[in-house]
Design a protein around this ligand. Structure first.
Ligand code: ADP
Ligand code: MG
Length: 257
């Protein structure tokens, strides 16, 4: 059975997609079989994995609407060494179309069960909202990885997410827990970032990952080549940090089981 994780934070631009594709490529490098599920209509995780959104015949949209299974809809990120259930703009419509349907929260979960034997990890890249799409992610997952920038409002923004996770845990998915908070785009020269980082550790303790992802331009350049930074420039500081993070995740999961 794979371990299934949502990469979630209702804020946009905080590094969810970058974390998803780099963790996927980092885990693939250490021999793990990985599926990335792109749950964001922007499709950045798809593009950033080298999957062309415009030529998609089947996507996560068809899977959510039960028009296709994951086995037929998934694509391969050849360079990343992992599979992708890709998304495009069509997915924005799923939000509305799902509302009236049965089992609308658990469609992804049911679909993932059919490919469980194929993967060690499933990483779900969530959209920047606490929407029905995110809910499908949270109902499918064992845990949530929360990437965050160490900014002034960081802690405040976490409250909504933590409450949503608690509600899903109580009502829909008893397996769900916060795996950890990942500090991303970190710049140690900025005193405020250091202070917020200390606050995070004081408040969330061992739920804060040891690995810290630095701000690194190579990570930002990689998506335009359809690659994770870990593939595009493995020796860059950003890629090295994500490789260390993949190792940390694999170790944490080893102890969780
Ligand atoms: P989200 O998925 O939460 O919206 P992204 O992963 O797309 O966030 O990141 C937002 C922007 O920041 C992107 O342009 C991305 O390339 C860039 N970025 C993400 N992480 C880093 C980093 N560690 N260093 C530099 N740029 C980064
Ligand atoms: Mg994103």
């Amino acid at each position: 059975m794979p371990r299934i994780f949502c990469i979630a934070n209702q804020k946009g631009g905080v590094g969810k997609t970058t974390t998803t594709v780099n963790l996927a490529a980092g885990l693939a490098r250490i021999g793990q079989r990985v599926l990335v599920v792109d749950l964001d209509p922007q499709g950045n995780a798809s593009t950033g994995s080298g999957v062309d959104k415009r030529t998609l015949e089947l996507s996560v949209y068809d899977v959510l609407l039960e028009q296709a299974g994951i086995a037929e809809a998934r694509r391969r990120s050849e360079q990343g060494g992992y599979d992708v259930l890709a998304a495009n703009r069509e997915l924005a419509g799923a939000e509305v179309e799902l509302v009236g349907l049965e089992h609308r929260n658990t469609r992804l979960r049911q679909a993932l069960a059919t490919v469980a034997a194929d993967y060690d990890f499933v990483l779900i890249d969530c959209p920047p909202s606490l929407s029905l799409l995110t809910l499908n992610g949270l109902c499918s997952a064992h845990g949530v990885i929360v990437p965050m920038q160490c900014e002034y409002f960081a802690l405040e923004g976490l409250t909504d997410l933590v409450n949503t996770i608690k509600q899903v845990h109580a009502n829909l998915n008893r397996d769900l827990q916060i795996i950890g908070l990942l500090r991303v785009m970190f710049d140690p020269r900025i005193t405020l970032q250091q202070q917020v980082s200390e606050q995070l550790k004081a408040h969330f303790k061992n739920k804060v990952f040891n690995t810290v992802i630095p701000r690194n331009v190579r990570l930002a350049e990689a998506p335009s080549y359809g690659q994770a930074g870990v593939v595009f420039d493995p020796s860059s500081r950003g890629a090295q940090a994500y490789i260390a993070f993949a190792q940390e995740m694999a170790e944490r999961i080893g102890t969780m089981r």
